[in-house]
Design a protein around this ligand. Structure first.
Ligand code: BGP
Length: 472
């Protein structure tokens, strides 16, 4: 492992910060999502409802406690810390001409604190959030004007933090919206609330194209401001395996992967792949994309591939000659792997497969910016948390990452464990789906002291970093 390897942890602003109206912050899309569970989805309430509980409003109060948390990250030996900038702290409604100084100052202070502790900030511009004003006034990313607002936001951040942040990402898991049956994925990726009877698929593809154009513009602006910046994309990299080696299953997996990974092809290669052009034509979609946009995409290719890895999926052939794929209906169980309590398949070797797949395809550095194990942890009376299951999961994944680096020669910039401190679950809004090395005393209903406790995995990860991944 290279000495410069970036070991660390990852979170996102809306899942940890709280302080939802502090420092002039506007309401963002995660603020209108209630708590849910594995069995009952989070609700989206267009108006804040006093009778509902919104877990992101306080989250784990990182906004006020980040110094204490960074001291713990430092103790573990973090080389980097991935978080995001809450767009609504900088532009409360999203369409202002001038940024909100108090919001900018918060991130100045946060980044200074990290740097003081020798921890590099790794920053996502839009991690599942955007000002809610852009939803109510413009309809979110279905509207081309969003490109201008995002450009403004990106430019302000790049200018302001040009000497503090080197590693950036534009949109978190931009490909999640391809699963447009999930209202929360579409809202958080694109700020879209569907109307009755709309063609969801066409709307999501249009929004995706606008985001890809905005991302390419941001990459260009970033490099103009500081040529040393490394700007990446961020994919939910869930490889989709064929159920068997039957040619039908193999082909179905090709089609399924296309639908998830075309985003990456655009980010990394700067053009819309032929298979998607042919799909758009067959569907008869009238997508708004100009010659100028096509040139923009070409000009704004990313410097590295950031991705999250939690699991792999599996699909079976069904005779559809277009290899169409619907994530809600076309997945099947993989008999070789188990699942977490939330139904997420556990497949450590899939990480090695993924790293090879990405590096073969793009020859760009990769960055594992999320990997982790969501579980129900128990805080014992002695204030200890024995989370050997988490250690096992991370150990197996790090082993596979090392094989990809040392045996297969994949270029990996770093590894940040998702939810290094317990935070609000994105998909369910729960606190009890915990990922952290640090336990936060906060419950699903919002009760708890917010006190932090080290879990067993805390000391374990400390030794992993100190030994550069040798002591697992
Ligand atoms: C990724 C997101 C994160 C995060 C993680 C775990 O999709 O980028 O924001 O939350 O998944 O998911 P969850 O919190 O739903 O368990």
């Amino acid at each position: 492992m290279k000495a410069s390897f970036l070991w660390g942890g990852a979170v996102a602003a809306h899942q940890v910060e709280g302080g939802w109206r502090d420092g002039g912050k506007g309401i963002n899309v995660s603020d209108i999502m209630t708590v849910g569970s594995h069995a009952s989805p989070r609700k989206i309430t267009p108006v804040i409802d006093e009778n509902e509980f919104y877990p992101n409003h306080e989250a784990i109060d990182f906004y006020h406690r980040y110094k204490e948390d960074i001291a713990l990250f430092k103790e573990m030996g973090f080389k980097c810390f991935r978080t995001s900038i809450s767009w609504a702290r900088i532009f409360p409604q999203g369409d202002e001409e001038q940024p909100n100084e108090a919001g900018l100052r918060f991130y100045d202070d946060l980044f200074d604190e990290l740097l003081k502790n020798d921890i590099q900030p790794v920053i996502t511009l839009s991690h599942f959030e955007m000002p809610y004003g852009l939803v109510t006034k413009y309809g979110g990313w279905r509207n081309r004007q969003l490109i201008t607002f995002f450009e403004r936001f990106a430019r302000v951040c790049f200018e302001r933090y040009k000497d503090k942040v080197k590693y950036w990402m534009t949109f978190n898991e931009i490909n999640n919206q391809a699963n447009y049956q999930s209202d929360i994925s579409v809202l958080t990726n694109s700020g879209i609330l569907f109307q009755e009877g709309e063609d969801k698929e066409e709307i999501v593809y249009q929004a995706s194209l606008y985001e890809l154009i905005a991302s390419a513009k941001a990459v260009k602006i970033a490099h103009d401001i500081n040529p040393d910046f490394m700007v990446g994309c961020m994919m939910a990299m869930t490889p989709i395996y064929p159920y068997s080696c039957s040619p039908d299953d193999m082909l179905k997996a090709v089609g399924a992967n296309h639908k998830r990974f075309w985003y990456l092809d655009v980010h990394a290669r700067g053009k819309i792949p032929a298979y998607m052009q042919s799909f758009f034509k067959r569907k008869g979609y009238h997508l708004d994309i100009t010659e100028e946009d096509i040139a923009t995409l070409k000009d704004g290719c990313v410097d590295y591939i950031g991705f999250s890895y939690y699991m792999s999926f599996t699909t079976k052939g069904d005779g559809n000659e277009y290899l169409d794929y619907n994530e809600a209906t076309d997945l099947c169980d993989n008999p070789y792997i188990s699942k977490t309590k939330w139904g997420w398949p556990i497949d450590a070797k899939g990480l090695r497969y993924t790293l090879n797949w990405l590096y073969d395809r793009y020859q760009l550095p990769t960055f594992i910016v999320e990997n982790g194990f969501g579980a129900i942890d128990v805080l014992e009376d002695s204030n200890q948390v024995h989370d050997q299951y988490r250690i096992n999961y991370l150990k197996e994944h790090i082993e596979q990452m090392k094989k990809a680096i040392e045996i297969d020669g994949v270029d990996v910039l770093g590894y940040t464990v998702w939810g290094c401190i317990d935070c609000v679950s994105f998909s369910t809004g729960e606190m009890k789906k915990r990922y952290g090395f640090i336990y936060v005393d906060k419950n699903n209903d919002g009760s708890g002291t917010l006190k932090r406790y080290k879990k067993d995995s805390f000391e374990w990860y400390k030794q992993v970093i100190a030994s550069q991944g040798d002591k697992l």
